[in-house]
Design a protein around this ligand. Structure first.
Ligand code: 2P0
Length: 326
């Protein structure tokens, strides 16, 4: 009645931006990511049949009521599937650089879904595990798989067809993903709130939905052909379009800070010098820069030299969920 699983985080190349069902975490658009080889969460779940309250430890510290309630709500979905009453001790370690502000909900819920189902003896297929992880945090459904992953939005109301599918294994195409940490204050608009406000109020959102379908096709073609330039162009343009929708929201908001622009400009400057590098940005000020492995040291050094950049972490495509001995 105990299991441990490890999941890596992932970076969206084509973004998940907007839900059609907030309870089930069903996205408005299909999207595409790379699972990374670092920034992981390792979670051990211990099942107790003689206790009623769940306990949630993060990095060895017991979390408060609010965070524990979120975990309990997620475990309720699994309790429904087992049809039994039990409580769990969830012990999670986030291997993310301190204060880096990189998203951990993707690796967190992927690891929790895998560890908790194994601990209670539920045997789920990978797509079923992805459907489950999605209900903790949308992007978590992609971290079940390694390499290049598509989250198919699905059509069903119950969400059973809204899950990730692997499209190219990590060993099939190596790329460098540089996570660029800029001086950052805490983000003001969480992604959950940001995407909701955008769907409800931004006149640009319909344009996003039209564009993202084409971007998905272009990105998949580029991945299948290993065409880095084509992939880079579409991923950068897709990130720009996602962020443009936030400017049209009411009230408007933006995730970029001046340091974010410094990195964006530097990446575009690198391209003018003939180095293929492309950026993407999620719901915060940090930037991820993609380049080919033979350029990673050079690009990393140039970005680190910017006065507003605190650090650069070099990542590569990594694997999906794994189970560890407890
Ligand atoms: C993504 N983001 O595709 C997009 C791009 C942020 C910007 O997935 O509400 O933490 O838990 O489903 O998964 C962040 O959203 O949101 C995210 P919820 P999640 O990576």
């Amino acid at each position: 009645m105990k299991a441990t699983a490890k999941a890596n985080t992932n970076i969206a190349l084509i973004k998940y931006w907007g839900k059609r069902d907030e309870q089930l975490f069903l996205p408005m658009n299909s999207n595409l990511s790379i699972t990374l080889d670092r920034f992981s969460t390792t979670t051990t779940v211990h099942i107790h049949t003689d206790r009623k309250e769940d306990i949630f430890l993060l990095n060895g510290q017991e979390e408060g009521e609010e965070e524990t309630r979120k975990i309990s709500r997620f475990l309720d979905i699994i309790r429904m599937q087992t049809g039994e009453q039990w409580a769990a001790t969830v012990d999670s370690i986030n291997h993310v650089p301190t204060a880096a502000g990189f998203a951990s909900s993707a690796s967190g819920y992927a690891a929790l879904a895998a560890a908790a189902t194994k601990a209670v003896g539920l045997e789920l297929s990978d797509p079923q595990l992805s459907v489950l992880a999605r209900q903790g945090s949308g992007s978590a459904c992609r971290s079940i798989y390694g390499g290049f992953v598509e989250w198919k939005k699905g059509e069903r109301k119950d969400g059973l067809d809204s899950h990730a599918v692997p499209i190219l294994a990590q060993k099939e195409w190596d790329l460098s993903i540089l996570s660029v940490l800029v001086e950052s204050k805490r983000k003001k608009v969480l992604s959950r709130e940001g995407m909701k406000r955008t769907v409800e109020t931004s006149p640009f959102y319909t344009g996003w939905l039209e564009a993202v379908k084409k971007d998905m096709q272009l990105a998949k073609d580029a991945i299948f052909r290993r065409d880095f330039e084509k992939l880079g162009m579409v991923l950068e343009s897709n990130a720009m379009k996602m962020h443009a929708t936030t400017l049209g929201a009411n009230p408007p908001f933006m995730y970029w800070q001046s340091a974010t622009f410094d990195v964006m400009e530097q990446v575009q400057e690198l391209r003018m010098q003939g180095i293929l590098a492309y950026f993407t940005i999620d719901a915060g000020p940090n930037v991820k820069v993609l380049c080919e492995p033979h350029n990673e040291e050079k690009v990393s050094k140039i970005l680190k030299a910017l006065p507003t950049v605190q650090d650069v972490f070099i990542c590569h495509p990594g694997n999906g969920v794994t189970y560890l001995p407890t």
